[in-house]
Design a binder for this molecule. Structure first.
Ligand code: ADP
Ligand code: ADP
Length: 239
């Protein structure tokens, strides 16, 4: 079972700003955790520590028994492939097709270019196609990413993350650029995917109403510390 465990995770930037101060919590498999808090609370830093875009100052980050905070080089690159990322601005390659963008989740972009020479394996393609069916985009598989709407782009983002067979999903403000109805559809898709696949997920989300409606548990951060941890129904105005 995939469990993500943060133990006394701290980050102080070179500037002296302490973004995270001994943050500890565990996200079990299949749980969708909403991370909320005012700007500057440390939400992005927390997500970036887990995928090691930011170096933690202290503490551990355990996923399936491995301490991600200790990994370097090839082991870190392998571990990153186990983490599916979904971004606010989608981060698609605009001039590639929907299908190619999804395949890049598994192969990475460098291998993706190489694989143009040897063609994709039929298994990769059929898997990508079924993921596109799951997110409701299979009829657009051959469209270029730059021809899609925001909601469609985020569906590609979700399929690309799932193509990696991730053990964890990290989701950074997935709906910040979307209208309310599309936002709800996207949150539902992410939640369903995590529960079906028994993945722990952390969703950094500033929209408290969406967090309450679509997550299983909410953690409120303020000035780098956990100030709320509980069911969405228990959230009070102070958080
Ligand atoms: P949030 O995502 O909740 O808005 P951040 O993680 O971006 O919060 O920021 C938390 C704190 O860390 C803030 O005080 C911010 O100024 C500081 N911080 C974030 N990134 C950096 C950085 N690269 N260098 C120095 N300080 C940073
Ligand atoms: P522009 O943005 O100038 O119109 P394109 O984005 O169409 O150019 O293409 C830029 C480069 O990427 C070209 O070399 C093109 O062959 C290549 N390219 C575009 N789309 C694809 C694709 N789906 N698969 C592989 N290569 C592509």
């Amino acid at each position: 079972m995939n469990v993500l465990k943060l133990d006394k995770l701290s980050k102080t930037y070179a500037t002296g700003d302490t973004a995270l101060n001994q943050v500890s919590f565990e996200v079990p498999a299949g749980q969708v955790l909403g991370l909320i808090g005012p700007s500057g609370a440390g939400k992005s830093t927390l997500i970036r520590c887990i995928n090691r875009l930011v170096e933690p100052t202290a503490g551990s980050i355990t996923l399936g028994g491995t301490d991600l905070a200790q990994l370097q080089g090839a082991a870190l690159r392998r571990a990153r492939r186990r983490i599916g990322m979904i971004f606010q601005e989608y981060a698609l390659v605009e001039r590639l097709t929907v299908m190619e963008n999804v395949l890049s989740g598994r192969l990475g972009y460098v291998s993706l270019w190489r694989s143009f020479l040897r063609r994709y394996s039929p298994d990769d393609v059929s898997k990508a196609f079924s993921l596109l069916e799951q997110v409701g985009l299979s009829q657009h598989y051959n469209k270029r990413a730059d021809a899609l709407s925001g909601g469609q782009r985020q569906r590609v983002g979700i399929a690309r993350a799932l193509e990696q067979d991730p053990e964890l999903l990290l989701v950074d403000e997935p709906t910040a650029s979307l209208d309310p109805k599309t936002s709800r559809q996207i949150m539902r898709l992410i939640g369903d995917a995590c529960r079906e696949r028994h993945l722990p997920a952390i969703i950094n989300i500033h929209d408290v109403m969406l967090a309450q409606q679509f997550t299983d548990r909410i953690i409120g951060l303020r000035a780098g510390e956990v100030v709320f941890d509980g069911p969405p129904s228990g959230l009070t105005d102070e958080v």
